[in-house]
Write a protein that binds this ligand. Structure first.
Ligand SMILES: CC(C)(COP(=O)(O)OP(=O)(O)OC[C@H]1O[C@@H](n2cnc3c(N)ncnc32)[C@H](O)[C@@H]1OP(=O)(O)O)[C@@H](O)C(=O)NCCC(=O)NCCS
Length: 184
């Protein structure tokens, strides 16, 4: 039998997104820790990284977030492989600012290193935009590191604009974030 018949190469990248639930918590914990670590270990002292991963991805925190009706977590998959994840929240005010009515926050979007630059995050953004439309959210906001040029150029492509700053603690280290807004 032809071996290639069984080992079909992944020539086309068909990413799919799905909303996850409590039963996905272990995988979420693993992919969440792995992608945050890989993204920021070069600029984060190891103890601060450890403290952040342990607090932000504890089972208690994830369970509360997964059960929150004002939030949704998504996995982005290629076949049955989880290549990244994202989280959106509804009607939450940008840090220290007035609430923006009918708004959606993109709190997290993380793609595993080996699957970056293949259109994975673009796929997730389209899913988020569809959800914003469905919920009649005409403002989408997020915050990301002012040093994070990859993310900043990614968001700029969609027309996000800076509306403020915010401090983001990772353990004892404080990062400067920018708050971006997209009006649709
Ligand atoms: C930012 C991030 C989510 C982009 O994910 P991705 O799957 O690689 O992005 P895509 O392949 O869908 O790229 C879409 C567009 O974004 C831009 N982009 C993506 N990665 C980029 C990079 N490293 N440098 C510059 N532009 C980039 C490109 O313009 C790209 O369009 P192209 O088709 O012209 O190349 C990914 O790099 C990541 O997970 N980074 C680490 C975590 C992080 O910083 N998350 C965001 C802050 S919370």
């Amino acid at each position: 039998m032809n071996k290639a018949f069984f080992c079909k190469p992944m020539e086309s990248k068909e990413f799919t997104a799905r909303i996850i639930s409590l039963s996905d918590m272990d995988v979420l914990q693993k992919v969440g820790k792995e992608t945050f670590y890989d993204s920021f270990i070069d600029i984060t002292p190891p103890d601060d990284m450890k403290a952040y991963l342990n607090s932000s991805f504890s089972s208690d925190v994830l369970q509360t977030e997964l059960e929150d009706e004002q939030s949704k977590y998504y996995f982005l998959e290629l076949g049955d492989v989880v290549v990244g994840y994202g989280k959106i929240n509804f009607d939450k005010a940008p840090y220290g600012m007035m609430e923006i009515p009918h708004s959606m926050e993109i709190q997290r979007i993380y793609i595993k290193k080996e699957f970056q630059r293949m259109g994975a995050a673009r796929k997730l953004m389209h899913v988020f935009f569809d959800e914003a439309k469905r919920r009649k959210c005409n403002s989408i906001w997020l915050s990301t590191g002012s040093f994070n040029n990859h993310a900043l150029s990614f968001y700029k492509k969609y027309g996000f604009e800076k509306i403020g700053n915010h401090e983001f603690p990772v353990g004892g280290k404080i990062f400067e974030d920018v708050i971006l807004l997209l009006k649709r």
